[in-house]
Design a protein around this ligand. Structure first.
Ligand code: ADP
Ligand code: MG
Length: 271
């Protein structure tokens, strides 16, 4: 809880799903970009594949130290953040050593809390941001756990396909378990991605997910869109690659919905 009168820190959102290829990184990059037009955003790349760093145009050979140095090396956040090409959006890149972190962390003290601790150690840097988005790897290992312990919210990108519901039940169980370490954590967002309106299955899965998770599912649906998949190879979010594409427009709406939901939540809390 925030002490009365104190300025709450940035909103911390982890994008997680143990499945790969469901749109975590795409959602992280594009939501961060859309939010950065009105908010100050920091994106933490916690996936050793470093797709968020690449997608924002920071190639592997130009990445200095990043999330590995923060989590394992205990370097201060302020020394590791780098600006992106997008005004209002900074990045903590995934450095080349991050692939080893999953194993190295196992033997370390406070292994699930290292990210949370690192953020708490640097309130002055956190105060520069309104949103911290964390792009997680496709597993429920220690990197994802660190994100969940450091986050207030989990946003789960869910590909509208047959096994979608099965995958998400594992995610909800994980969130429940992490609540022992981070009681404030809530799964308050499922985003349907790669939706194909020509495919009946997409509609069926979307209906199932909504009937189960109700209003925790975002109204905004991200369509499958070729421009979205082309953008990363140009080192650009689709919002900058082709802002008129259906994918870019959907991500603009998604960010607006996130802001709306956050305002409603803040109001509820104040009441
Ligand atoms: P994850 O981070 O969950 O592994 P990604 O965001 O990297 O998933 O997406 C997996 C692949 O699907 C990438 O090649 C990405 O460009 C592509 N992709 C993601 N979202 C869409 C979309 N809405 N339409 C088309 N391709 C997409
Ligand atoms: Mg990814």
């Amino acid at each position: 809880a925030t002490p009365a009168g104190a300025k709450p820190g940035p909103r911390r959102i982890a994008l997680a799903n143990q499945k790969g290829g469901v749109g975590k990184t795409t959602t992280a990059i594009n939501m961060a970009t859309a939010l950065s037009t009105t908010k100050r955003v920091l994106l933490l790349d916690l996936d050793p594949q470093g797709n968020a760093s690449t997608g924002l145009g920071v190639p592997r050979n130009e990445r200095g130290e990043g999330s590995y140095a923060l989590l394992v090396g205990e370097k201060p956040l302020s020394e590791l953040i780098c600006p992106s090409k997008i005004p209002g959006l900074d990045l903590l890149p995934a450095d080349n050593d991050l692939a080893g972190a999953e194993i190295e962390l196992v033997g370390m003290e406070d292994r699930e809390r290292r990210l949370a601790r690192a953020l708490d150690r640097d309130p002055a840097t956190l105060a520069r941001y309104d949103y911290i988005l964390m792009d997680c790897p496709p597993s429920l290992g220690l990197l994802t756990l660190n994100a969940l312990v450091a986050a207030q919210s989990v946003l789960v990108p869910l590909q509208t396909e047959f096994f979608a519901l099965e995958g998400i039940s594992q995610m909800t169980r994980t969130v429940e378990r992490v609540k022992r370490l981070n009681p404030g954590l809530s799964l308050d967002g499922i985003v349907l991605t790669m939706f194909d309106r020509r495919n009946n299955l997409s509609e069926l899965v979307a209906r199932d997910v909504r009937s189960f998770f109700k209003d925790r599912v975002y109204d905004t649906v991200i369509p499958r869109n070729i421009r979205v998949s082309e953008a990363p190879s140009h080192g650009l979010p689709v919002l900058l690659y082709d802002v008129r594409s259906a994918g870019a427009q959907a991500y603009i709406q998604l960010a607006a919905e996130l802001l709306r939901r956050d305002r409603a939540r803040a109001k509820e809390r104040a009441a």
